[in-house]
Design a protein around this ligand. Structure first.
Ligand code: SF4
Length: 343
């Protein structure tokens, strides 16, 4: 990274917001010694702690429909504050109760953990040390980032460090892919991710057998529900082929799109020009992974960022949600069939 001034970093953030048509504000009132949020989820990889750290916002900030940076700061958050966030986590009773059962940790700052301009390297090293000390059974650490910030030297050091805990922990990089159709991904959604960059990343991860998770959104922009299912099915085929070609483990983290406050999608929802996908169609899309070389986890949280009537969980969906949660835990496709049959 060239040595950017704070003014330049903040200008990148506001330019990105403008390019993405965003109208949200940042959360400058947040206590910088506390993370934005954390929660637990049950996955086929075991009990998972998902943490969103409070930091300076995503420098890309362009992706249409994303308001994740609205819970960040426009300004630098110091390494001391982020270290205090780590300490805060390990003072929480619900985390202390689970120290021996947590198998996976996902770390995010709603941007890029590996972008040292917005997330302190000192704090990241401190976090790894605390994870090693407190979580003796952590087998997988997942780090969310845009691919352009993946620096192999840094990853090798991180992977060596997490391997020093009581359980040898694997490293996973988690990137946002969002849509397989490149016209939608880059042209409409403004993701700025070319397949060539993705495949370069796969090649880098293969060298060290690091894992990869790709976040996808079902129906990220206005499109028919059938086209949205077809896009996820095409993505499953592509990821499965990439996993075989590069010899790496790939997981698709499939998020049904919710309408995020302060984005273009909110305006389109109000105009009746967009509605979130149906859970039945999410199950139909995920079913395509049966027998493929890719695993699917279905994200069922909107992190409290959805606009009114903007959630993909509708009244009466409770049983379908239970089926999808059972699938997440077991990877048993019968649960997807059950969700589809409920419609
Ligand atoms: S989706 Fe990720 S990269 Fe895109 S604006 Fe949101 S936080 Fe930034």
């Amino acid at each position: 990274m060239a040595n950017l001034t704070q003014m330049e970093i903040e200008r990148q953030i506001t330019d990105g917001m403008a390019a993405g048509g965003k109208s949200y504000q940042f959360d400058e009132a947040h206590d910088p010694t506390k993370p934005v949020n954390y929660w637990f989820q049950d996955s086929f990889e075991g009990e998972t702690l998902f943490v969103i750290f409070y930091s300076q916002a995503c420098r890309w900030s362009r992706c249409v429909g994303c308001n994740l940076p609205s819970v960040s700061s426009k300004h630098r958050v110091s390494f001391k504050s982020i270290m205090a966030q780590v300490d805060h986590l390990f003072n929480q009773p619900e985390i202390l109760q689970r120290l021996r059962t947590i198998k996976k940790v996902i770390i995010s700052n709603n941007g890029s953990i590996l972008d040292e301009a917005t997330f302190s390297t000192t704090a990241l090293i401190y976090l790894i040390a605390k994870l090693n000390i407190h979580l003796p059974n952590m087998a997988l650490l997942s780090v969310e980032t845009r691919p352009e910030y993946v620096d192999m030297t840094e990853l090798v050091i991180l992977s060596r460090a997490i391997a020093e805990g009581e359980t040898a922990t694997e490293l996973e990089i988690a990137i946002g892919f969002e849509s397989f159709d490149s016209r939608i991904r880059n042209g409409v959604f403004k993701k700025g991710l070319e397949l060539s960059r993705f495949e370069d990343l796969c090649g880098m991860l293969a060298t060290y057998k690091f894992r990869l998770t790709c976040y996808f959104m079902q129906k990220p922009v206005p499109m028919s529900d059938e086209d949205a299912v077809a896009d996820i099915r095409a993505a499953i085929d592509y990821l499965s082929a990439a996993a075989s070609r590069f010899g790496i483990k790939i997981t698709m983290y499939l998020n049904p799109t919710y309408v995020a406050r302060g984005t273009t999608l909110e305006r389109l929802l109000q105009l009746g020009q967009f509605s979130p996908p149906f859970l039945k169609d999410v199950a139909r899309a995920a079913l395509h992974a049966e027998g493929k070389n890719v695993r699917v986890f279905i994200g069922l949280s909107d992190e409290g960022l959805a606009a009114p009537q903007g959630s993909f969980i509708r009244p009466g969906d409770e049983e379908k949600v239970r089926c999808l949660e059972s699938f997440n835990r077991s990877q048993d496709f019968q649960h997807l069939h059950a969700a589809i049959a409920l419609a």
